[in-house]
Ligand binder design. Structure first.
Ligand code: SAH
Ligand code: SF4
Ligand code: F3S
Length: 469
């Protein structure tokens, strides 16, 4: 097994029979004297990346080795996203390309999971129009993949059912894609039903893992060399880990673990961002001083239509508290442009919000209607040309502010976790400071996974340049 494979000590009743199935698949391969390869294609957010690491863990247990391309693989799993139309189109186009692979080798198994196929209509479409796909698995059914693979290997029927169970399966093995950087899911699902968003429909209701299970996983990750741990959930502020353990308490408990590591969290809903969480960030040295607090719009009218349950003023109040408690904090945001009925005036409110907050970085999206959500049925859908023109203005403003915010680091020495060699130049390393701007500097690749001090010498829009101290 690979050295980045971890098997949890806590295995629940949902997971145990599936792990037995995974071993049964491994014995089938062993009997045939082969070590087949797997390939996982991941779309979407960090939740999906974390799920794909669990899928990789199951593949490892089933006796597969990683392939560097889908063409080499005997098992191809595609983990899809549905947040915008573009994400679904991209996934369908990639899945379309797998047809050639299956034509060349009919023994290849192709499975599709994730948010796109957690909609019955999409699962049905794959069943009807993509006959070479063996099965789909919804976001609550990752743990069932060993059964699905076993059935496909032993001549079972194609399977396209939604389980709709939304259980937590504790104890799935994980094959991590990085040694030093780790995703740690603390909860699943979302209860917020923002009117534009498909996530609550495809990820189910909120359910939190027990604090003890999370802390045990954190301990294992740190022992395995993790230096950068990100707690994941659609709205980590509503985490409820039993005995009154909220996100702030959970982070205090993880920070108390021995080891040199930093702790982050994604994502926070502004209506639930608590004073306790802000205080935890201010007081715990290990918590990265970065708060992603998606505002979506600066207009009260649009915020109400979006069902966001906060106002411009209450959001700004939280920002003021945060800046007062954590003076150097990096604040980032998601913004949607062209929500149904957005007027020029509403859009100006969004721009003025950005100027007021001065975000380190804004992730902006043109509104994409998602079938089944209330906003998709709203009148006054905004024409593409209008949204695109607004987007251009938003990007220009956001980039200017990002660059200006980066300037505050120039001349300072930051503690940086070295992540990788630059894609463009093998003598340059990339890493992240605290706050988390990407930083480029000259150095040897043996430093990857270590903390180093870097003096910042210059800044660009999205990154910083520096020198090893
Ligand atoms: N739970 C996270 C968001 C997950 S989706 C949160 O609430 O912050 C990530 C981002 O995608 C959202 O913040 C939103 O800006 C964007 N998004 C979601 N649905 C969208 C849609 N239908 N069209 C365009 N952008 C969308
Ligand atoms: Fe979607 Fe809103 Fe839930 Fe975020 S909080 S996942 S935007 S419904
Ligand atoms: Fe996409 Fe699902 Fe994440 S819809 S953004 S992969 S939760």
């Amino acid at each position: 097994m690979t050295d980045n494979f971890i098997q949890s000590k806590i295995i629940d009743d949902v997971t145990a029979p599936q792990l037995a199935k995974a071993e049964a698949v491994a014995s089938l391969h062993q009997k045939n004297g082969v070590t087949p390869k797997y390939f996982i294609q991941t779309f979407g957010c960090q939740q999906n990346e974390a799920d794909s690491e669990r899928l990789a863990g199951l593949c490892t247990m089933m006796g597969y080795e990683p392939a560097s391309s889908p063409a080499e693989a005997k098992l191809i799993l595609c983990n899809t996203c549905a947040v915008r139309e573009h994400a679904e189109k991209k996934a369908l186009s990639i899945i379309g390309q797998y047809k050639h692979i299956k034509d060349a080798d009919p023994s290849v198994i192709i499975g599709v999971g994730g948010c796109m196929v957690t909609q019955q209509a999409r699962a049905d479409k794959l069943k009807m129009s993509y006959p070479y796909v063996s099965f789909t698995f919804d976001t609550g059914a990752i743990h069932t993949v060993p059964t699905l693979v076993y059935e496909a290997l032993t001549g079972g029927k194609r399977r396209f059912v939604l389980s709709d169970e939304w259980k937590i399966s504790e104890g799935l093995p994980i094959t991590r894609s990085s040694r030093h950087q780790a995703w740690l899911s603390i909860m699943y699902g979302c209860n917020n039903f923002c009117s534009y968003c498909i996530v609550p429909y495809v990820r189910g209701r909120e359910r939190s893992r027990k604090a003890e299970d999370i802390i045990e996983e954190a301990r294992q990750l740190i022992a395995g060399g993790a230096k950068d741990i990100t707690l994941l959930g659609q709205n980590v502020n509503s985490y409820k880990g039993g005995d009154g353990c909220d996100i702030a308490e959970l982070m205090h408990r993880i920070c108390a673990l021995d080891g040199d590591f930093r702790l982050r969290f994604m994502t926070s809903h502004p209506k639930d961002a608590s004073d306790r969480l802000i205080e935890a960030m201010a007081s715990e040295e290990k918590i990265v001083k970065h708060f992603h607090l998606p505002v979506q719009s600066g207009s009260d009218r649009i915020l109400a239509e979006m069902n966001r349950k906060y106002t411009r003023d209450s959001y700004l109040e939280k920002i003021a508290k945060l800046k007062a408690a954590v003076p150097d904090v990096s604040i980032t945001s998601d913004i949607i442009v062209g929500f149904p009925g957005e007027t020029d005036e509403d859009f100006e409110d969004t721009l003025s919000m950005m100027s007021e907050v001065r975000y380190d970085m804004v992730f902006s999206f043109i509104y994409s209607p998602r079938s089944g959500t209330p906003a998709a049925k709203m009148e006054n859908q905004i024409p593409r040309e209008v949204s695109s023109a607004r987007m251009e203005r938003l990007l220009a403003l956001g980039d200017g502010i990002s660059k200006e915010r980066n300037q505050r680091f120039v001349g300072r020495t930051l503690r940086v976790l070295v992540e990788d060699v630059s894609k463009y130049d093998s003598t340059t390393l990339t890493g992240r400071g605290n706050p988390v701007r990407p930083i480029h500097f000259k150095g040897d690749k043996s430093l990857i996974g270590q903390f180093v001090n870097v003096k910042i010498t210059g800044n660009e829009t999205f990154c910083l340049n520096g020198e090893l101290v």
